[in-house]
Write a protein that binds this ligand. Sequence first.
Ligand SMILES: [Zn+2]
Length: 96
Amino acid sequence: MQCRSCGTEIADKAIVCYRCGAGTTDPVRRPAPIARHRSSLVPAFIAMLALIAGALYLGQVSETTANPEQWRMAAGGLLAAAIFVLVVRLIQRRRR
Ligand SMILES: [Zn+2]
């Protein structure tokens, strides 16, 4: 058979052309497309859950502490961070 790239006569069983190195057949396995949006959402959700868990914990602590306002502010900050992470992720996903 002839090389598809350079036209050199090569053996029928050859996998690549000995002259130019071009493959004689199409690659059987094409590289799998990377599932980007799926993998990128997982750490965001884990971070969000951790932040919500932290906020709930701080909310519990605020019930038993002498200065609950400070703890509630910290909990609110964590919740805001969790919502921020979620919103950013959703916006990024929609753009793709
Ligand atoms: Zn060739």
